[in-house]
Design a protein around this ligand. Structure first.
Ligand SMILES: Cc1cc2nc3c(=O)[nH]c(=O)nc-3n(C[C@H](O)[C@H](O)[C@H](O)COP(=O)(O)O)c2cc1C
Length: 297
């Protein structure tokens, strides 16, 4: 009897630990990110995990929920605010500028025939500077642009991409997707990865790493980096260079390792960049009219 009463607090403690463990496990399985990877929100994950894993959106806030205490505290220091001087133009000039910018961007096409002719490095630096002006959630700037000019590395990238893309086309994408791409005449052979003087690989940082090794939440990292890619495309168009917006499925991890990028970075886009080849052709596509893409209320 004395033994039982002595052990009672021990039994209660063990019981509490077991109950806490069960509750925690249950909560984790109900969290949106867990649902996403187990087929809740993202039902398709079960169907084609190889696609969804590559396309996954990391906009959910993961930092504060992380049990390990390895997330940095958000800084509380007050930022000074400074006067902002906008560019403002007379209405007539605004109209001219809007037409001119539209005409410039309307000439943008995905070009898969790229000349090996060299492009000044400083131009590439500046287009990436332009891409880096994109807005980002809580000013986290969650992007890394890896510029590859080295021929051997470009070729290794091509080998990885072609190997995976061949499997994508033949096994993973499904008949409908392959059929939809047929009219664009794309396939898994990517000459442009050797030909283009530069490959720009855009990585999203799913979280940041502080100098003390703690993680920093990168809110809306996927959409922020996508906006930055849009600016990059516009900046390339502005200097007369071409690219293909490419998102080779299943290549991200291998390319990340090849380029020695850290685990918090995921490949979002691979852009071969250069001048269009003199005999370049593009599919004869037309864009939707304004009334088909805009609702005015
Ligand atoms: C998110 C996204 C992913 C794309 N991925 C690829 C790709 O992996 N390979 C490719 O050849 N083209 C890819 N494209 C290019 C599209 O096929 C191209 O933008 C579309 O056909 C319209 O042509 P345009 O860019 O000339 O206007 C992608 C485009 C977008 C927006």
């Amino acid at each position: 009897m004395a033994l039982i009463s002595t052990l009672t607090p021990v039994f209660v403690a063990i019981l509490c630990v077991v109950v806490a463990f069960i509750l925690k496990t249950k909560r984790r399985s109900e969290s949106p990110s867990a649902q996403k990877s187990s087929g809740g929100v993202g039902k398709r994950t079960e169907d084609r995990p190889w696609v969804d894993e590559d396309l996954q959106d990391d906009t959910e806030i993961t930092g504060p929920e992380n049990e390990e205490n390895d997330w940095a505290e958000t800084g509380t220091e007050d930022l000074p605010h400074i006067p902002y001087t906008p560019c403002r133009y007379p209405e007539e000039e605004m109209l001219e500028r809007s037409k001119h910018f539209y005409a410039l961007l309307n000439k943008r096409r995905s070009v898969r025939f790229i000349s090996p002719e060299p492009v000044p490095r400083e131009v590439i630096d500046n287009v990436i500077r332009a891409a880096g002006t994109a807005p980002s959630g809580a000013h986290t700037e969650p992007w890394t642009f890896v510029v590859v000019a080295d021929d051997e590395t470009k070729h290794k990238i091509r080998e990885i991409v072609e190997q995976e893309e061949e499997i994508n086309y033949k096994q993973r994408m499904g008949d409908k997707w392959v059929h939809d791409l047929r009219r664009l005449r794309t396939n898994w052979v990517k000459d442009y990865l050797d030909m283009a003087p530069y490959l720009i690989l855009v990585f999203k940082q799913t979280y940041g790493i502080m100098p003390d090794g703690k993680k920093k939440t990168h809110y809306y990292n996927e959409i922020s980096v996508s906006i930055s890619c849009g600016l990059l495309l516009a900046a390339l168009q502005n200097v007369g260079l071409v690219t293909v917006t490419s998102t080779p499925l299943n290549c991200g991890p291998q390319l990340r390792v090849l380029l020695r990028r850290p685990a918090n970075e995921k490949l979002l886009m691979l852009l071969p960049v250069g001048y269009a080849a003199t005999d370049a052709t593009v599919p004869d596509l037309t864009r939707k009219k304004l009334e088909d893409i805009m609702a005015f209320v």
